[in-house]
Design a protein around this ligand. Sequence first.
Ligand SMILES: *Cc1c(COP(=O)(O)O)cnc(C)c1O
Length: 439
Amino acid sequence: MNLPKEAAEINGHQLRPESLMMSYGYTPAWSEGAIKPPIFQTSTFVFKSAEEGKAFFELAYGLRQQGPDEEMGLIYSRLNNPSLEILEHRLTLWDGAEEAASFASGMAAISTTLLALLQPGDVVLHSEPVYGGTDFFLKNVLPRFGITAVGFEPTITEEALSAKVAEITQGRLAMIYVETPANPTNHLVDLQACANVARRHGAAEKPIRVVVDNTFLGPVFQHPLHHGADVVLYSATKFLGGHSDLIAGAALASKPLMKEIKAMRTFMGTMCDPNTGWMLMRSLETLKLRMERAAQSAQVVADWLREHPQVERTYYLTHLEHDPRQQAIFEQQCLSPGSMISFDIRGGEAEAFQFLNRLKLIKLAVSLGGTESLAEHPATMTHSDIMPEVQREMGITSQMIRLSIGVEDPQDLMADLTQAFEAAAAAVPREHDAFAMYI
Ligand SMILES: *Cc1c(COP(=O)(O)O)cnc(C)c1O
């Protein structure tokens, strides 16, 4: 489906993404006037003629150039499906991307994109820490295909990053892979600095791609393509889906890059399914409302946590006064601090566990970005595969608790946190005594 330009404007007035999420890319006349697109729960599509089938395959497999008015037809749901096409058109609006692809999971989007854009002999420079699954893929899967991953700390300066690139003598640098804000410390990576380094050291025939996992703040509060990135990736399981009821992913980029990524998706079969695509479209209608409400509540909760006597320190994007460089990056590339808060509880793992075990409204679970608030312990859960000394270097302490704030009333969340702090403070000495008996 090629969309007319006027679909996104009224008399030259550009409509905002949140105004378009209910209708963009879909015409009710296609489906008996249904205001919502149906779920195209079908594996294959009937060709009008053998000639049409031949023409569609020629385009799908790149056997000839697409004509100026020619549309890529529907063939088979591993290649594409209207439920996914409509979703993908809507996804492009938030990031201002030319094209998007939806995937079966965030990891499907990440692994497919890396395999599409890298080849043996290539080097990937990546910020650290990155999501655990990504970390494993970079360090354990890519080397089996002759691709090397080299990490850098998120607070690196442009000069230091440039020096690191100059040090790479074995293989060629093909990608700078970034996750910002970093999970769970909320450290920010300077996207424009990464893009500058990629442009400076890349060449037309050997470009260095800047690929950004934008799951934590995007697509409402951070737009990496506006800061020089080439590809944006999402775990759509998180804010895009937003209700903790589906697993999906997305990639967005220019048409030529998406052609490579979509071709790899076709051959790996990592596309999203039509039902999940439909659920994501429903989620997108409330995306901005949900993210803004969660961020407002998170600001209230984070400020309250910072003053709490049982909190040693908070990691939140409006609590950066101690670090002017991080503050400057925040102002440059983030539109809001978002709704992820980490904090160090006074004490250690025992105190953190007591606290987590006593939460009532906030659920003890990994994942994030849903309507309900979640809490977890990064050192022993999401980041437990990182060696303790490396965890310490990354700033992941045994006292650290990560919160994903949902859309509940912030006063209710603070009531829950208050009773968990009280219960933890009261219980800790007894636990310590009991533990002492066994050692
Ligand atoms: C959850 C997550 C992923 C992986 O996404 P899945 O949908 O679970 O495959 C990747 N990156 C980040 C930052 C995440 O939070």
